[in-house]
Design a protein around this ligand. Structure first.
Ligand code: ADP
Length: 584
């Protein structure tokens, strides 16, 4: 994609606020008309002073000079409010739309970008786009509106003097080109460093306990300092170019001024130009200085803005990999029948297959456990059912329908997942358990907390279900967190319940109680369990044994013990571990 094409993204937003821009630009034109009138009155006032005859004329033109300045100042307020206001609207819309897009993107996308990088794009890059659509746009328009009439008026005063004053222009255009491309390049480099720096902070805050436990505060700070220094160095590079920009422009402008004094002075002495016109010419030349500086400024802003738009476009132009089919089928209430037909799956295109030709069928209401060594593909397999990832070949069917054909919302509403890693939001326990459930009663809430054996813990907190969790609330233990996550999955009343190592942090007794309670819950649901403890696995109707991405056996516990060597080995290892845990 060409650099300039990234502007299309901005155009979409500019159009949204076209009325604000229209009023703003109108006020800007009015301001500039007053500004352009000022030297005309000044010229007459000076000529009247020089003539030393008519005092009224002097008063009148002096007053008019003041009056147009006053009007220009007043209308300046309105263009500022409208144009800069529109830019803030755009900033807010961009933040909202970017967030909307981000939550739609698949896990694969999040593996390719760090959270810090995303945060930097969400904040700094959007800020640069705001500056471009506010001051950047304004300065470009102002430049056009002021400079073209100024040049015309200057030509009517004395065209030779005008030509002389425009000599530095070609040099300036070369300067702009060189500086512009340098700033674009350096700015992209700086933003990359900023992404790295933001990610560093995020990681440190998230992992502060590990850092402290391993006494890594010093090393971590050193690493931060290094990354901070690299970001600083890149910023400094921009400042060096940016800082040289204005002086170089001033230098060329100064050449113009000297030339005008030399030639204009001669014209006055020869009587070919009046003093008022000379002063007015000077004024208009000063009006050209701002546009010339503004062009440089706009180029700078445009380059930064384009670089930032490019960074945002990488997100906006990424299509969510997992999305609804054209005529997606609604299944408000699934029966819970799951089929895997010759499923092959890998995470990266040039990587190895993680699942290799998986076939099985699970009947509604059945409980199936998945057993296998670490890395055998258990989690990958269940993550395919609610389409966190899509299969590379083969099919997964629910109620006989390919899951790719099912409305994603419906599919996920029918599946309650308790993932391996529990995540709770910094919100109340109630909001965490009833996450994504619109209508529920307190009984539903209490029931789901009871099943997962977390109700008694919750009731001990002074605010009970309304207890806030997270940074400004209470911290739950690992086991309590897992049990809250189980409540959350039960709360959506799913037809398919998936427990991915969901009981690993609870003790054996609690696990036993949860399993007893779950028996009632899973009676009418299809349940898929990944677990290491044999006690959990044994409760299943059937067990699927996975090894290196393939199903090597499938049957009840007793059948597998008698015929599957791998299952027997896993069983014995677990038995030994459980005996050790119990101190037998
Ligand atoms: P299990 O749940 O049986 O421990 P997993 O399904 O987690 O096994 O992992 C199966 C294989 O897939 C492993 O080799 C693992 O390294 C790989 N894997 C798991 N998650 C990802 C991922 N997000 N990206 C790339 N490879 C992955």
């Amino acid at each position: 994609m060409r650099k300039i094409e990234h502007l299309n993204l901005l155009l979409k937003y500019l159009k949204r606020y076209k009325y604000k821009y229209f009023i703003g630009i109108l006020c800007l034109i009015i301001t500039d008309v007053f500004v352009l009138l000022k030297p005309q009155f000044l010229r007459r006032a000076i000529n009247a002073i020089e003539a030393r005859t008519n005092l009224t004329e002097i008063y009148f033109y002096s007053f008019m000079t003041f009056f147009v300045i006053f009007l220009a100042i007043a209308s300046r307020y309105f263009w500022r409010v409208n144009i800069i206001g529109a830019a803030f609207h755009i900033e807010s819309d961009l933040k909202r739309d970017l967030f909307k897009r981000l939550v739609k993107l698949s896990p694969k996308f999040y593996q390719s970008m760090t959270s810090g990088d995303l945060m930097a794009r969400q904040t700094e890059d959007i800020q640069y786009i705001r500056m471009l659509s506010g001051f950047g746009l304004l300065a470009s328009l102002d430049t056009l509106i002021i400079s073209i009439p100024s040049i015309i008026i200057m030509a009517t005063i004395n065209w030779k003097l005008l030509l002389l004053s425009l000599i530095p222009l070609p040099f300036l255009s070369v300067v702009f080109k060189i500086f512009g491309s340098l700033i674009h390049k350096f700015f992209l480099e700086k933003q990359e460093r900023l992404s790295i720096l933001t990610e560093k902070s995020r990681e440190t805050f998230a992992g502060i306990q590990v850092i402290k436990a391993f006494s890594q505060e010093e090393n971590d700070s050193k690493d931060f300092s290094k990354k901070n220094y690299e970001h600083f160095r890149k910023s400094l590079k921009i400042i060096r170019v940016d800082g040289a920009f204005d002086p170089v422009i001033q230098f060329f402008v100064f050449i113009s001024i000297v030339a005008i004094f030399w030639y204009g002075g001669t014209l006055i002495i020869k009587g070919q130009m009046d003093f008022g016109s000379f002063i007015a010419f000077q004024e208009y030349l000063h009006y050209l200085i701002w546009p010339v500086i503004a062009i440089g400024w706009v180029i700078n802003m445009l380059q930064r803005g384009l670089a930032s738009l490019k960074r945002l476009n990488t997100i906006f132009l990424t299509e969510p990999e997992i999305k609804n089919a054209e005529n997606a089928i609604d299944i408000p209430a699934s029966s819970g029948r799951i089929e895997f037909k010759e499923v092959w799956f890998k995470y990266v295109d040039d990587g190895e297959f993680v699942l290799k030709g998986i076939n099985f069928e699970i009947q509604p209401g059945e409980t199936v456990a998945f057993v296998g060594k670490i890395g055998s593909g258990k989690t990958s397999l269940i993550n395919l059912i609610n389409r966190f990832y899509d299969v590379n070949s083969g099919k997964i069917l629910i109620d006989g329908i390919d899951i790719k054909e099912i409305n994603l919302k419906d599919l996920r509403k029918n599946i309650g997942v308790v993932p391996q890693e529990t995540f709770l939001f910094s919100d109340t326990i109630r909001e965490n358990i009833a996450f994504g459930v619109d209508k529920y009663s307190d009984q539903d809430l209490i029931y789901s907390a009871e099943v997962s054996q977390v109700k008694d813990n919750i009731m001990e907190f002074p605010l009970q279900f309304d207890t806030p969790l997270g940074e400004r609330g209470v911290s739950l233990s690992g086991g309590q967190k897992q049990r809250t996550a189980i409540s959350r999955a039960i709360m959506i009343d799913p037809k398919i319940l998936i427990l991915d190592d969901a009981l690993s942090s609870v003790d054996v007794d609690t696990e036993e109680r949860i399993l007893n309670n779950l028996r009632e819950v899973i009676k009418n649901r299809t349940t898929l369990i990944i677990a290491h403890r044999i006690s959990t696995i044994k409760t299943a109707d059937r067990i699927i044994v996975l090894d290196e991405g393939k199903i090597i056996d499938l049957g009840t516990h007793d059948e597998l013990i008698s015929r599957c060597a791998l299952y027997k080995r896993i069983f014995e290892q677990q038995q030994l571990k459980e005996d050790l845990d119990l101190g037998l």
